[in-house]
Ligand binder design. Structure first.
Ligand SMILES: Nc1ncnc2c1ncn2[C@@H]1O[C@H](COP(=O)(O)OP(=O)(O)OP(=O)(O)O)[C@@H](O)[C@H]1O
Ligand SMILES: Nc1nc2c(ncn2[C@@H]2O[C@H](COP(=O)(O)O)[C@@H](O)[C@H]2O)c(=O)[nH]1
Length: 351
């Protein structure tokens, strides 16, 4: 789907920089302006879960990118129905045990959590697999992708470039899992300022001596790199206490105790795999439909539907509590099936 922007003052069409993943082509689409800052796009004849999109034209994210890139910017964001669980950002100095805690969580709750695979310009360690632990990449390639708006956040950490791509987070969300990000404090700050609503957890070591011991015993860094990481750890520990940045601070002294506290913080009980959430029916957006809008309620009227028919053809989309947005997903649209023609006509009358 190509996008053009019409400037009412100059009466000139321009082709903007388009950020985010755009929807796959469909048999047509309907569009409704919401809040004067984004357009709701419904892809005709597509399942509701794949066919609800937002094109942001004047949201804070788009305005910020507009300033940075110096061009007209629009951004795609896919609509995710209902309120999914918030992603989790885990930060803390190198060697504190973030990766160890995350591995335990993913092992115990495999269908609940998914790891956001970051990009990095550092060389892979012996057992690290490209695409699993990191996407290992070239600096110039990553810098270009950052400039093109492909990253939710990026930072220079211990002399290398690291970053979370929008795609990495979306891949986890699309798999129906709760996303875990293992990123440094600078990255956490950027995510805090972004539209990704997350829970921020900072992991502290019991002491700097113990941190040094863990880093050395891990044996993955040269002496020079260990020294650099330890120097950075002091600043990171100070920043970890910045007011309003982290929601929870956990000390990783005894691993099992810290893991138990982490699970408690995330509201996970001992046994349940929290993936069991009520599923929402995935109806089809009718190929032919008309749209009426009142405030943030939108009626998608798919024509007459026989009383008692198995599949409804009209829907009410409530966009009154949208969260998130580009880069990433717009969460919160609620969609209700309207079962009968009479209901549908009642709604039209009310709108
Ligand atoms: N509570 C703990 N007690 C003792 N050793 C631990 C504890 N937690 C983790 N470790 C060990 O410390 C080392 C560093 O842990 P880990 O690699 O998980 O740290 P990290 O915070 O992910 O580091 P980085 O930021 O560099 O990726 C590992 O060898 C791990 O086994
Ligand atoms: N800002 C970001 N920081 C990241 C990301 N991925 C990892 N990290 C952090 O880097 C250090 C070092 O990691 P290592 O694997 O080289 O030991 C660590 O603190 C990670 O949390 C990212 O995408 N963005």
């Amino acid at each position: 789907m190509n996008v053009k922007v019409f400037n009412k003052l100059t009466r000139i069409w321009s082709i903007p920089t388009v950020l985010g993943t755009k929807p796959v082509p469909s048999k047509g689409h309907s569009a409704v302006l919401l809040n004067n800052d984004r357009i709701l796009i419904l892809m005709r004849d597509s399942p509701l879960n794949d066919g609800t999109w937002f094109l942001e034209v004047s949201t804070p994210f788009v305005k910020e990118k507009n300033k940075i890139l110096g061009t007209e910017v629009v951004a795609w964001s896919k609509g995710v129905r209902g309120d999914g669980p918030k992603p989790i950002v885990i930060s803390g100095p190198s060697g504190v045990g973030k990766g160890t805690l995350i591995s335990k969580l993913m092992k115990e709750f495999p269908s609940t959590f998914g790891f956001s695979v970051s990009h990095t310009t550092r060389a892979p360690r012996e057992k690290e697999v490209d695409g699993v632990h990191y996407h290992f990449t070239e600096r110039s390639k990553m810098e270009k992708e950052i400039k093109d708006g492909k990253f939710l956040e990026s930072a220079s950490v211990h002399g290398n470039l690291y970053g979370t791509s929008i795609e990495a987070v979306e891949a986890v969300t699309d798999a129906g899992k709760r996303c875990i990000l293992d990123i440094d404090v600078q990255g956490a700050r950027s995510v805090r300022a972004s539209s990704l609503e997350a829970i921020f957890i900072f992991i502290c070591p019991p002491s700097l001596e113990e941190l040094e011991k863990r880093l050395r015993e891990r044996g993955t860094e040269t002496e020079e790199q260990v020294q650099k990481r330890l120097r950075n750890a002091k600043a990171e520990l100070d920043q970890g206490k910045s007011p309003g940045l982290f929601d929870h601070i956990l000390v990783n002294d005894d691993l099992e105790t810290c893991y138990k506290n982490l699970k408690q913080t995330l509201g996970l009980d001992e046994t349940a795999d929290a993936s069991h959430q009520p599923s929402m029916k995935n109806y089809q957006i009718p190929l032919c439909h008309s749209i009426s809008k009142k405030d943030k309620k939108i009626l998608i009227h798919g024509g007459s539907n026989e009383l008692g028919a198995a599949t409804p053809t009209s829907f009410l989309l409530d966009a009154s509590s949208l969260k998130g947005g580009a880069p990433g997903r717009t969460r919160g649209p609620k969609i209700y099936a309207i079962d009968s023609l009479i209901d549908s006509l009642n709604w039209i009358e009310q709108l």
